[in-house]
Ligand binder design. Sequence first.
Ligand SMILES: [Zn+2]
Ligand SMILES: [Zn+2]
Length: 430
Amino acid sequence: EIVTIIGQTPLSSAEVCGLVVSDCSGPYDPTKFWKVTLPNTPKPPVTPPKPPKPGAPVSRVLFLSDVHVDLLYKPGANAYCGEYLCCRANSPAGSPKPAGKWGDYRYCDTPLWTMENLLQHLAEKQSEFDYAIWTGDIPPHNIWNQSRADQLNALNIVSDMILKYLNIPIYPSLGNHESAPVNSFPPPFITGKDSISWLYDALAETWTHWTPVSTKRNIEKGAFYSVLVRPGLRLISINTNYCYNLNWWLLLNTTDPAGQLQWLTQQLQQAEDKGEKVHIIGHIPPGIDCLSAWSWNYYRIIDRYESTVAAQFFGHTHRDHFELFYDMKNRTRPTNIAYIGPSVTTYKYMNPGYRVYEIDGNYPESSMQLVNQQTYIMNLTEANLTDKPTWKLEYDTKEAYNMSSMTPADWDKFVQRLEKDTELFKTFYR
Ligand SMILES: [Zn+2]
Ligand SMILES: [Zn+2]
C-alpha cells in the first residue's frame, strides 16, 4: 500500500519529509500549504469565560477511550514476548512472570472480561451520567496481522457490549486502530477495493444506535458528524485520521481531506449564529502526531470560534494531560483547552481508567464549559492479587490541583504554577 502511495504522491521528497517529521532540513512552514476559508462574518468581541455561579446545575459526562480489547487475551500467557502485543494464546513463550487474569501492565491489551467488568461497574452508576463520549481505538495492538473482518468484529463486539450495559446516549469518534491495516484511512476520492467504505458503512450502522439518522451521510463519507445534545449544546465528532502523520494516504493529497475542516467551520458558524456552544470530540489531539498544516488550520478555526467552542476532548495518547490554546495574534491570552483522557487499556504500564467530565449544566445561559473532572482507575496489581477488580476514584482535578475553576485562564495559571511549584509538578507528572 505504502509503495503505491509514494509512487503517486505529487509531493517532493523534501515536502514528504517536512510533512511527516517536522525537523527536516530547512524550516517547515505549514501556512504555505492549504488554507481553510473562514466565513466573512467578523469574529464577535471576546468576553473571557467566567466560572458558573456557585450552585449552578452540573452535567456529568462519561469519557471512555482506547479500550483496545483483545479477544485472544490469555491469562498465564507470556506478557513480555518480544512482539508488539503479548499476553495472547499464541504469544512466544519465555517470560518467568505470566500474564494476570484481569490484564497486565506489559505489552498487553484489555481482556474482554475486564471490559465487561468496567461496563457492569458503569451500569450501576449510569443514572449519574447525562451521556458518554467514546473516542476510539477499539481493536488490540496486534497490528501486524489484522484483517478487515477482525476490525469489524472488534467494533461489533465492543459496541454490542456497551449497548447491553449502558442506556445513555453515547457519542463515538473514530480511532486510528479501527482500520486494517492500522492507520490506513483513504480519503473519499479513493474508491473501489481500497475504499474505506467497508469501515465507514459499518460505523454508520453502529453509531446511529446513538446518533440521529441525519448523521449517517457524513459518517459514511468521512466518519464525522454533528449533533445537538440538548438545546444550546452541539457536539461535533471529528475524524482525526485525516490529520494523522501515519495515514500515508494523505500524501496523495493533503488538502483538507474529505473537506472536514471546511465542514467544521460551517458547523461552527451556524452554531455561532444560533448562539449554541460546541464540544469537539476526536481521537488524536491536534498538534500530536498530526500533520502540521492540518493542525495549523485547526488552530485558526479554534481561534476564530473561541467563544463558541466550550471544550474539546481527545484520547489516543493513553495519557492524562491537556493542551492549552492561545490567541494567534499575541500568543499570550489563553483561549481554549483540549482535555486528553486516560485509556481503558493498560498498554503500556498504565492502570485501566476512565473519566467523568463535569460541565456547566442544562439551564438557560449555561456556558457549557468544563467545571471539574474525576479520573477513575482499576488498580490492576490489586485486581490480579485478589481477583476482585474495583474501580475507584484516582483523583478529583479541582481538589488535587487546588483550582477554584477551570477556565482557559485558570489552566494558564496552573501551567505557570507548575513551573514554580515542585510538589504540584510531582502531583501532575506521575
Ligand atoms: Zn490507543
Ligand atoms: Zn490511537
